[in-house]
Design a protein. Structure first.
Length: 269
């Protein structure tokens, strides 16, 4: 039986939190062709959905991917356009890991027909649900907020130089979210004790860029967390509860500020 493509929970607030890279399911026919190094799914956004365990309490809707980004990357456009021209990355149907290691055994990568089938099977349903929920939120509240939740290793030399800040907030350089909302959220990070940047290396992927349309009253932010903020050291990815207990209140305050900034703006409009 096929595992769920996503898990969706509908909330009451004008906010959807999306988790496109937490999935760890890989169909057997794909898994059997992966290189040994790929079976650890090292590029997963490990346990990020568990960090947002307060989502129900604040009334947020949540959309959690079930399948690995090695199957299809839900944060890339369906036409596989490069989101960061001139910078290394991975595509819609990745064939290398973040560090450049091949994902597949020799001559075992997907052909064009398989790639198209993966987009139809896994990518399209996730984005259909995302679109449907944002439309519902906007119809109910007059506006909708989207928070795209991610994480990545603090050091990935192929993707960026040096060490990544702890909190990497992106609004596609102001195009996906009203600057006042993004600035207010970013201000929370300035007294958090964490290093932070707004629109640095990670400005937002496809989810943020495509769905964030401030002129249409849909505002999207991406948060890329350094995994040092919440994962325990070691080969097996596991949450460090001490680190999580420090991080969660900051995340909750950031999202509360996103909600309150938008509510105040639309109440006055």
């Amino acid at each position: 039986m096929m595992a769920p493509i996503f898990t969706f929970r509908q909330g009451t607030a004008p906010l959807l939190i999306s988790f496109p890279h937490v999935g760890i399911q890989v169909p057997a026919d794909i898994s059997s062709r992966l290189a040994p190094e790929a079976h650890g799914l090292l590029d997963t956004d490990w346990h990020v959905d568990l960090l947002y365990d307060f989502a129900d309490a604040i009334g947020a809707s949540t959309l959690v991917a079930g399948y690995s980004r090695y199957v299809v990357d839900l944060n890339r456009p369906a036409d596989d356009a490069n989101l960061y021209p001139g910078q290394a990355g991975t595509g819609l149907i990745p064939e290398v890991m973040f560090d450049g290691t091949p994902l597949y055994l020799p001559a075992q990568g997907p052909d064009d027909a398989e790639k198209a089938a993966r987009v139809a099977t896994y990518w399209q349903p996730y984005h259909a649900q995302l679109s449907t929920e944002l439309a519902r939120l906007k119809a109910r509240h007059g506006y909708a907020l989207l928070w795209d939740a991610h994480s990545i290793a603090a050091e990935v030399p192929r993707l960026f130089d040096g060490r990544l800040p702890d909190l990497n907030l992106g609004s596609n350089a102001g195009a996906s979210c009203a600057p006042a909302f993004a600035d207010a959220v970013f201000q929370v990070t300035q007294t958090s004790g964490y290093s932070a940047v707004l629109n640095g290396r990670f400005k937002g992927g496809h989810v943020t860029r495509h769905y964030g349309r401030p002129a249409e009253h849909v505002h999207a932010l991406q948060l890329e967390l350094s995994q040092d903020t919440h994962l325990a050291p070691g080969l097996v990815p596991a949450l460090d509860e001490g680190r999580c207990s420090r991080l969660r209140p900051v995340l909750r305050q950031m999202i509360a500020t996103f909600l309150s900034s938008a509510a105040a703006y639309y109440a006055a409009a």
